[in-house]
Design a protein around this ligand. Structure first.
Ligand code: AMP
Length: 479
């Protein structure tokens, strides 16, 4: 049987790993590096580039390259590179294809099965788009796993059965997730997840670039329009400076010319770590709300946590460590590499799917990060209004899970035909919310529910056979 690889498809960088006898290991790319930049470009000769080559091309040809497209997964956003239009799925599939080819070269075998991680706060459209990207890249996506859950699995694999309650603080390039995880009697249970899909290291880099431009009398938005090469090169300079300020107190940033050149007479701005912290304080403050929500949903307080674990490259910033220490009253832990830990967890999940003996005694449960339900219309007098939502499975319900809701005939609500089913793929399960026809006269008048069989690799549950399952909330099952 071919190896199932684990892929952390990141906003800024992607990482691939596989499970070996010695535990999860990163698969280096063709350049021997563990991180592959999630950048796609087309060079002036029309050659498609992915990874570091595309990132380098982006400095001088930003119009020929696309990056940070994970933020647009599941949306209508497109990028036009050298006259060719790509949607986020296609761009992601190019990154996945490159990772797959690198894994094949490294492992010396055909690779066509993968576990891919996504932010816990990705919605169903974004998860579906990730699944499609995998298919386009020639991969059978065995499972979509939440990034903080994957990180928790990597820690669970390395640290065994130590009972504790912790918070996974996952600040990557583009997204932030906070998840409360409990290890109890050998079971790793995600109790709650909350997050933001537009909060990550990129926002810190952008704030720094905006301040540097301000210092030379320019505005970020306008310069982005009139001199994209300047902004592209400056973003790269600012990312290097931001990472340097994690180790040093001060650094200099060279401001490129409008063509993106860094000649000997270009202006230099000195930036201190304190300035970076001041300029990005508002961005960092946004982590607090999802943390409060995750703790509230898990029914615990700040002081109940045994530890906070840092995941994602952006947690290397001293300001992040200081903020977490201040919030929780104790310093966070970072025992596993924050860049690689999610891919390791994906490899552990791949091992669970392949029934690898290395993960024989690992049991993991996850939660639904969103409330799931159906769109309905409501009757106000004689007027029926669309656009209402009827929750059925509430956020942070443990998975796999199912619920059946019944409404009396007199209730003035009706499901919208287009959203009779609401499906979600989380932790490898599919939720199907459907109306039981006997409960609602209005619905019976509508078209009958057709039996629906999933073609997805995630599950083959047929709607016609759907019934309240024997799983109960909190039941611990292997995901
Ligand atoms: P990830 O998606 O986990 O690879 O995280 C990528 C983000 O982490 C990017 O925004 C990087 O700029 C940021 N990052 C990586 N290393 C550092 C560092 N040493 N200091 C600050 N930010 C970093």
């Amino acid at each position: 049987m071919n190896t199932i690889i684990g892929i952390d498809l990141g906003t800024t960088n992607s990482v691939t790993a596989h499970l070996t006898q010695d535990g999860p290991m990163v698969i280096p790319n063709a350049l021997g590096e563990s991180l592959t930049p999630s950048v796609v470009g087309i060079d002036p000769d029309g050659k498609l580039l992915v990874g570091r080559a595309a990132k380098e091309l982006q400095i001088l040809h930003p119009d020929r390259c696309a990056s940070v497209f994970k933020r647009h997964m599941g949306s209508d956003w497109t990028a036009t590179l050298a006259g060719r239009t790509f949607n986020p799925e296609e761009l992601s599939s190019l990154v996945l294809r490159s990772l797959r080819e690198d894994a094949e070269a490294y492992l010396g075998e055909k690779v066509d099965r993968a576990v891919i991680t996504v932010p816990a706060y990705f919605n169903d459209h974004q998860r579906k788009a990730t699944l499609n990207a995998g298919k386009i890249a020639g991969l059978k996506v065995e499972r979509i796993v939440n990034e903080p859950t994957a990180a928790a699995m990597a820690y669970g694999f390395h640290e065994g059965r130590k009972e504790k309650l912790w918070l996974v603080f996952d600040l990557g390039g583009g997204t932030f997730d906070a998840s409360v995880v409990e290890v109890f009697e050998g079971v790793l249970e995600v109790k709650s997840s909350a997050g933001e899909t537009f909060l990550g290291g990129e926002d810190f880099t952008r704030s720094l670039a905006a301040r540097v431009l301000e210092a030379v009398g320019l505005s970020f938005e306008r310069t982005e329009l009139v001199a994209p090469r300047l902004v592209s090169r400056l973003m790269q300079q600012c990312e290097i400076a931001k990472c340097r300020l994690s180790r040093e107190e001060a650094t200099t940033i060279r401001v490129p010319s409008n063509d993106g050149d860094l000649g000997p007479d270009c202006r230099q701005i000195t930036v201190t770590r304190a300035q970076l912290q001041e300029w990005t304080a508002n961005t960092l403050a946004r982590v607090e709300l999802p943390i409060r929500r995750a703790l509230g949903d898990a029914g615990i307080g700040w002081k109940d946590l045994d530890e906070v674990v840092l995941v994602g490259g952006a947690t290397r910033m001293p300001a992040v460590v200081a903020r977490v220490t201040q919030l929780f009253g104790k310093p966070p832990q970072c025992r596993l590499d924050p860049d690689e830990v999610v891919a390791w967890g994906a490899a552990v999940q791949a091992g669970l799917i392949a029934c690898d003996r290395a993960v024989d005694d690992l049991v993991v449960t996850d939660v639904a990060p969103f409330t799931l339900g159906i769109g309905i219309s409501k009757l106000f007098g004689s007027e029926r209004r669309d656009g209402y939502f009827l929750p059925i499975i509430h956020r942070n319900t443990p998975f796999p899970s199912a619920a059946l809701s019944r409404w009396p005939r007199w209730k003035p609500i009706r499901p919208r035909l287009s959203s009779r089913f609401t499906r979600a793929r989380i932790a490898g399960s599919r939720i199907t919310c459907c109306w039981a026809s006997s409960c609602c006269r209005e619905f019976r008048a509508a078209r009958p529910v057709k039996p629906w069989r999933s073609a997805s690799p995630m599950t083959s549950t047929a709607c016609s056979r759907w019934k309240p399952p024997s799983w109960r909330h909190g039941t611990r099952r292997r995901t």
